[in-house]
Design a protein. Structure first.
Length: 277
């Protein structure tokens, strides 16, 4: 390191060798003071005067003193009719991403379809594919989940769509079922197992459908703690990383888990079928 003296405050500071000929100031504060007599720019948003290198000025179309002012100015210049793409929708808009796009929804990915005329389309004119498919086949289901808007039968905003095999992107009509929010929660709770801390009783994680029994023939499967959820182990070698986790509620082997789950599935299917009929 090379020791230099700040040209503003006289304080010694160290720099690496290649900055020996360019380093003049010990801090940004001193660097700003050196430019006080040459405030060559005015912020286009707030009007503040500041210094900017000429090389930076040559590269910039709009001069602002900070990122905050830059964002605010950009919002002002490119909103509404000032935007060169104002009023252009669908394929006419350069930002259009296609008829179908994938968008993350918590731990899954939704397929969203461009249907700007749909009563419940989002601000980008899109609706999730599974809702559209259920609406197109609304006669197959209990009408309490639907409503008519401008002569079109659509799902109520409060209605949700359950994927029977828990594959969020399997949007075949035979895999979809309209439900209320409470019904949807109840179904998923049937296929989840809560793990609590032995000492505090607080929930430390949840084993979800399909995460534990990828290989039900293997016994003594143990879930592994990972953030908010437990990922099912495929081998017998993985053990709980949290010694306080209470796994006493877990069945002793894979067969017990399968039997318990099958009973829940059968009872739930009967309830669902009777409610739809």
């Amino acid at each position: 390191m090379i020791t230099k003296i700040c040209t503003i405050c006289g304080k010694e500071f160290q720099v690496i060798p290649y900055r020996n000929n360019t380093a003049k100031y010990c801090s940004k504060k001193c660097a700003d003071k050196s430019h006080e007599g040459s405030l060559n720019c005015t912020c286009e948003f707030c009007g503040k005067k500041f210094h900017r290198k000429q090389s930076h000025i040559n590269k910039t179309k709009h001069i602002t003193c900070s990122k905050e002012c830059c964002y605010k100015l950009r919002s002002l210049l490119y909103s509404g009719e000032s935007n060169h793409q104002y009023g252009l929708k669908g394929n006419l808009n350069a930002s259009f991403k296609g008829e179908k796009i994938q968008k993350r929804n918590h731990n899954s990915v939704d397929i969203r379809v461009y249907v700007p005329s749909h009563p419940h389309a989002d601000r980008n004119g899109r609706v999730t594919e599974h809702r559209l498919i259920v609406e197109q086949n609304y006669k197959l289901f209990n009408q309490k989940y639907f409503e008519k808007i401008n002569g079109i039968t659509v799902l109520k905003k409060s209605s949700q769509v359950h994927h029977i095999n828990f594959d969020h992107n399997d949007n075949r009509i035979e895999n979809l079922m309209p439900v209320t929010k409470s019904e949807h929660t109840a179904i998923h709770n049937l296929f989840s197992m809560v793990i609590r801390d032995k000492e505090t009783g607080k929930i430390t994680g949840v084993i979800k459908q399909g995460e534990l029994l990828e290989k039900p023939e293997e016994v003594n499967q143990q879930p592994s703690l990972s953030g908010d959820t437990f990922e099912g182990s495929e081998t017998n070698s993985r053990v709980l990383r949290d010694s306080n986790a209470d796994t006493s509620a877990l069945p002793g082997n894979g067969e017990d888990i399968v039997r318990s789950t099958d009973n829940k599935i059968n009872s739930r299917n009967i309830e669902i079928k009777s409610s739809i009929d």
